[in-house]
Design a binder for this molecule. Structure first.
Ligand code: SME
Length: 155
């Protein structure tokens, strides 16, 4: 379908209107060889539900708000950059190889949390300011396009 869509000048380079979440995940996963698992969780009520992901399958397909690093991001309304997952008591292990994790919230234009981009790395402290800002940009772009995508394609 996407090849039949007219190119919109305001679309980010990674955007595919027929599968925006999967396209964002693919783009983010290609940003760094240190990004060993990349997924998007969608906030539905009091739970985060796993959408598209790249990497080994995660058993955490549904996470309650407030639980784990992912749920904490929502309950604290703050991105989470965890350089050493062993230091987080509430960490939910996705893979035993994971050493660091970055969670960036996706918000709509009004600031409401829609979901999050979650990245695991096998490397300690894999996420510096450059990685944070690259992922935040994708999250911002996705948040701005979310409403349109949801209406048309049922994310
Ligand atoms: N580590 C996350 C769970 C998701 S997996 O990493 C894919 C957490 O603590 O919430």
């Amino acid at each position: 379908m996407s090849d039949q869509q007219p190119i919109q000048p305001e679309w980010p380079v990674w955007y595919e209107p027929s599968s925006p979440l999967a396209a964002a995940v693919r783009y983010v996963a290609a940003l760094s060889p240190r990004f060993n698992w990349v997924g998007i969780y969608v906030l539905k009520g009091n739970f985060l539900e796993l959408g598209p992901s790249i990497g080994p399958p995660s058993e955490h397909t549904r996470i309650r708000v407030g639980e784990g690093v992912c749920g904490t991001a929502v309950s604290e309304n703050a991105d989470q950059n965890v350089p050493d997952v062993r230091e987080r008591e509430n960490y939910l292990a996705c893979s035993l190889e994971t050493r660091s994790e970055l969670v960036v919230l996706i918000r709509d234009r009004a600031g409401k949390i829609l979901g999050q981009i979650d990245i695991d790395s096998h490397v300690w402290s894999a996420f510096g300011p450059d990685e944070e800002s690259q992922v935040r940009q994708v999250a911002r772009e996705l948040g701005e396009l979310w409403q349109e995508s949801e209406n048309r394609y049922q994310l």
